[in-house]
Ligand binder design. Structure first.
Ligand code: FES
Length: 300
């Protein structure tokens, strides 16, 4: 056996070992993930699997495939039959015949060289399949489909406003300039339902078309979830009548429909339509008419 073929045999064996190792570590990764996971171990196994697979492919390409370079001759224009040549070429391509390359090579030589090692090809397919199986498991981590839940809160028509302590809020009990965090009755503490009730004066409020009766006696309610990144908008500046989000300093104009006037937020805080029930308590006219929080759903 020549030195060259002995070297090739040695390279083939090394590639086979690398591919087997890649498959085993990929399966180990899948098992580790399925049995609860361990981040450091998963990272190690993933790196080892990809690394050995990459090394095997590089070694295969470098040592076992024809080195090239391959240069396809151009036919001299004078020799070319303008009608026959393209047809014969199409026939060649359709029948799978290879074009002859200079030095006796063909443009399918690389594929032939791969096909001459079916054992390595099977190992490569096995290792890639094992990696594919391991990649499927993290899909489970995406969790259940949220469906329409991101577009709804617990506010319903007739839901009474309650404080964080569970006390019902009477219409008119808030002083002008005061603010109160409220929830729908029975849903205290729900992050997406938290709402700021603010008392302004009716004359000051610039209501938007269709919202003329949403703020009885100047009591206006906005979602407390910032439309930038979802922080609670908790600071009310009485003088300027603006709400400040402490996370990135977005400012919302309470008088003008909680329109953002400063900072990264680009969307107004959704307004909750309010009413007063027969007992004099503040109630909601329904859920928010738009999604609360960061506006990812508005992106294309
Ligand atoms: S989360 Fe409110 S400004 Fe960024």
């Amino acid at each position: 056996m020549s030195d060259t073929s002995r070297d090739e045999r040695r390279t083939e064996r090394a590639i086979a070992v690398a591919l087997v190792l890649s498959a085993i570590t990929a399966l180990g990764l899948a098992v580790t993930y399925a049995t609860g996971g361990q981040v450091q171990l998963e990272g190690f196994l993933l790196g080892l699997s990809l690394g050995t697979m990459g090394w095997a492919l590089c070694a295969w390409g470098k040592h076992l495939l024809p080195p090239g370079p391959f240069v396809q001759q151009r036919q001299h224009p004078a020799e070319a039959d303008p009608e026959q040549e393209p047809v014969s070429r199409l026939v060649d391509e359709a029948t799978g015949e290879a074009s002859t390359l200079p030095g006796g090579g063909t443009d399918t030589e690389g594929l032939d060289a791969v096909g001459r090692r079916p054992f390595l090809v099977k190992l490569l397919v096995g290792a890639a399949g094992a990696l594919g199986v391991a990649a499927l498991f993290p899909i489970r981590s995406l969790g259940p489909d949220p469906g329409r839940t991101l577009f709804r809160t617990s506010w319903r028509k007739g839901a009474r406003l309650v404080t964080e302590e569970g006390r019902l809020v009477r219409a008119g009990e808030l002083e002008v300039g005061s603010v109160l965090t409220v929830f729908p009755e029975g849903h205290i503490g729900e992050a997406d339902a938290q709402t700021l009730l603010i008392r302004a004066t009716e004359d000051d409020l610039r209501t938007r078309p269709g919202r003329e009766d949403w703020a009885p006696r100047g009591q206006v309610a906005y979602s407390k979830v910032c439309t930038h990144a979802g922080c609670p908008v908790g600071l009310y500046q009485v003088e300027s009548r603006r709400l400040l989000c402490p996370c990135h300093q977005s400012l919302f104009d309470v008088i003008d429909g909680a329109r953002p006037v400063f900072g990264p937020a680009s969307r107004s805080l959704p307004q909750l339509a309010l009413d007063v029930d027969d007992d004099g308590y503040l109630i909601a006219r329904g859920d928010y008419d738009e999604a609360i929080g960061p506006g990812f759903w508005e992106r294309p």
